[in-house]
Design a protein. Structure first.
Length: 379
């Protein structure tokens, strides 16, 4: 045997030995869709001793899309697409056939094989990633449960405080009602005083109604609330109504221009504003002459909302930690450490970003989101 033939044979045997040692499955096909090689790992993963010679691989192996229910058509298989010149990376599929009790997810890579500039075949490697997928899903489920738990805890605390806030207008209504009865029993009836009491009752009823509506808007399930254009005026009104009991004695400045639509989940965006306003209150409530300033800036490309306060702000060396889950500097029982982390996550859900703008101040939280360019008039 010639030296060149021996060298080629040695290279082929070495390559096959290497492929057989792989933990990943490897399959090679030629231009006629015939399997020319498959390693032991491929046969173990597929639970097949012999690979089929027909082209109905999806049905034979039980190859499904990642939804685990839809059979992957043969022309969409990574190795077939590679034979057409496409390079496939980390594509997730699901395998389940009569040899498998549960089935498993596999991550596939495929690329064409060239010789003299022409595609002569294709090679695919794949590995089982079921454990990774299930771990990611458990993590996501825990995250969603944590979000829901945080939402309910925050709502419960808010409702308790709002109960006290609602008592005040109800006490005014009760007192006005008693006065009206006294006035109506008099002769002649003092109409001006009666009308004044009726207007006060109406104002208190509208105040309570606004608070209740805002709580109802914010208490929907944030995880199922899809993004849509919402008027910033309406969302800010809800947030301020929910925080109304905490804003007493604090000067709050809101933007004059509010007729801007924001493409977002109304529930999530309201919760972001409530959290940022609540944090601002915590920072200034014990300071002299406390204030909170809310600004709205817009360009053709984006909308910027700034919430700034008269407090000292977050030290620069703690900025990264401030947005981390479970980090809080508040006293025990007052902060969960989830607010800023979830707020940033919510803002990112509608393609925005939540940061601290230190060019304004250390206490300036800034939300930047794409401009939907749809404007409505404020009622």
């Amino acid at each position: 045997m010639k030296r060149s033939e021996k060298s080629s044979q040695f290279k082929a045997l070495s390559l096959e030995t290497a492929l057989e040692s792989f933990m990943d499955g490897v399959v090679i096909i030629d231009a006629r869709f015939q399997v020319t090689y498959s390693n032991e790992a491929a046969r173990k993963i597929c639970r097949k001793v012999h690979l089929p010679t027909d082209l109905n691989w999806s049905k034979h192996f039980g190859i499904f899309l990642k939804d685990t229910q839809t059979l992957c058509s043969n022309n969409k298989l990574p190795i077939i697409r590679a034979l057409r010149g496409e390079e496939v990376r980390e594509e997730l599929l699901f395998l389940k056939n009569e040899k498998m009790e549960r089935g498993h997810y596999v991550s596939c890579n495929a690329r064409p094989v060239y010789h003299s500039g022409a595609i002569t075949g294709a090679i695919m490697s794949f590995r089982v990633v079921t454990e990774v997928i299930e771990k990611e899903r458990r993590h996501e489920e825990e995250r969603r449960k944590m979000e829901a738990s945080f939402q309910m805890a925050a709502l419960g605390s808010t409702l308790a405080e709002l109960g006290h806030e609602i008592k005040n207008p109800l006490a005014v209504i009760s007192s006005a009602n008693w006065l009206l009865k006294r006035m109506l029993s008099a002769t002649p009836v003092p109409n001006d005083e009666v009308n004044a009491q009726l207007e006060q009752i109406q104002a208190m009823v509208e105040k309570v109604d606004g608070i209740v509506k805002s709580v109802r808007n914010a208490s929907r399930n944030a995880l199922s609330d899809s993004a849509a254009p919402h008027l910033f005026h309406d969302i800010l009104k809800d947030a301020l109504n929910i925080c109304i009991f905490r804003l007493k004695g604090i000067k709050v400045e809101v933007p004059e221009e509010l007729s801007v639509n924001i493409n977002c989940s109304r529930v999530q965006f309201c919760q972001v504003l409530v959290n940022l306003i609540g944090n601002a209150v915590d920072a200034v409530e014990n300071l002299p002459n406390p204030w909170i300033k809310i600004e709205l800036l817009k360009t053709e490309e984006e909308i910027c909302i700034r919430i700034q306060d008269s407090g000292p702000g977050i030290p620069e060396d703690e900025e990264t930690k401030a947005f981390s889950p479970l980090y809080t500097t508040k006293e025990f029982g007052k902060g969960t450490g989830l607010g800023l982390s979830l707020s940033r996550s919510y803002v990112e859900n509608f393609s925005g970003e939540l940061t601290i703008n230190r060019s304004v101040s250390a206490s300036c939280f800034e939300i930047r989101i794409p401009n939907s360019k749809e404007v409505k008039k404020v009622a």
